[in-house]
Write a protein that binds this ligand. Structure first.
Ligand code: PLP
Ligand code: COI
Length: 339
């Protein structure tokens, strides 16, 4: 293996040693299988290919100063994958199978867990697909759970440096009663047009509004949205956004820091009143936002006036990463060691 430049890793795919797979057939989950192939055999009429029966997860393993590998809140990812599976009528992977799959995938690829201090981590990508054949629109009767891993750096190339984002008015990633709260591929397909336009026009991401009224902030393409106003942490309440585990954790940490947490609708005009805003997620961690452009009105909202992330966002970022890398005490029981 050629040496990996850990501290300049992008957020991307890198081939590792192994991935793991389990199959749901005739009403039962198989034992885990280990594979060194990057490919999967799939029936040409699989429902994942035709009718979008597909869900995924994203979590990370972190190497501490003590050389121990830590998983962050894996149970939350397992539960969310179960919700996604129920939401689009797929076989539900049991918690223990999910845990076994991610732990095995990490253990088999230990040398790809970035060393402490490099700022990188091992991204874990569980994937659940309908791979039984159907031509009529119906759920499959066979499923595959697969977990691969890839060492990654920051999702936005700016890392913790503030980014610019663009409000999307002409497309929605999910309908109000659609699949936005599940982590299914269709939501990401729906976000591509606005996301790619944003990139082309120099923004790190698109910011989606609520699909019903186009008045309230929903979330960014790959991350939730939060804002700081005085001593309050504010984040959208919406049925069409992904329930982010990072955001949930930041709400707890904000309360620990003495902030008030509000989950409520955020009208676009309120962007003018915030002290700090950011995008948050496993991949994005916290991405401070310095500028939000609304192409519909031409309005621009500016934050991070001195070019740096705000004080509260910085404190939250340090606390969250501190827990994930083991530099801060795990007071909420969020860490599982990979022995
Ligand atoms: N929103 C979307 C659309 C995402 O893809 C993600 C990433 O998983 C998030 C939010 C953040 O969720 P989490 O913090 O659980 O990674
Ligand atoms: C994550 O934060 O884990 C994500 O999945 C975001 C994106 C890569 C889809």
């Amino acid at each position: 293996m050629t040496a990996i430049e850990w501290s300049t890793l992008p957020f991307g795919y890198m081939k590792t040693n192994y991935n793991v797979r389990a199959y749901f057939r005739e009403g039962e989950w198989s034992k885990l299988e280990i594979s060194d192939s990057e490919y999967i055999p799939i029936h040409m009429a699989a429902t994942a290919l035709h009718y979008g029966q597909q869900a995924f997860e994203g979590l990370k393993a972190y190497m501490g100063k003590d050389g121990k590998i830590r998983l962050f809140r894996w149970e939350e990812n397992a539960k969310r994958m179960q919700d996604s599976a129920n939401g689009i009528l797929m076989a539900v992977p049991p918690m223990e199978l999910f845990k076994d799959a991610i732990v095995t995938a990490v253990k088999l690829n230990k040398e790809f867990v970035p060393p402490y201090g490099t700022g990188a981590s091992l991204y874990i990508r569980p994937l659940l697909i309908g791979n039984g054949p159907r031509v009529g629109v119906k759920p499959a009767d066979e499923y595959m759970l697969l977990v691969f891993v890839s060492p990654v750096g920051p999702y936005f190339k700016e890392g913790f440096n503030p980014v610019s984002i663009q409000i999307a008015h002409d497309s929605d990633r999910a309908a109000p009663l659609g699949t936005g709260r599940y982590k299914v591929g269709g939501n990401y397909a729906a976000s591509l047009m606005a996301g790619e336009r944003a990139h082309k026009e120099g923004f790190a991401s698109a910011l989606f509004l609520d699909a019903r009224e186009k008045k309230y902030i929903d979330e960014a393409g790959p991350a939730n949205f939060f804002a700081i106003k005085g001593k309050t942490y504010i984040t959208p309440l919406s049925e069409s956004i992904l329930p982010s585990i990072t955001n949930k954790s930041l709400m707890t940490l904000a309360e620990d820091m003495g902030l008030t947490v509000e989950r409520r609708k955020i009208p676009v005009e309120e962007l003018a009143e915030f002290d700090e805003v950011g995008a948050c997620g496993t991949a994005a961690v916290i991405s401070p936002i310095r500028r939000i452009v609304d192409p519909a009105t031409g309005e621009e909202f500016f934050y991070c006036k001195d070019g740096k992330a705000g004080e509260v966002s910085t404190q939250l970022y340090k606390k969250l990463l501190g827990i994930q890398y083991g530099d801060e005490p795990d007071t909420h029981g969020w860490i599982t060691f990979v022995e």
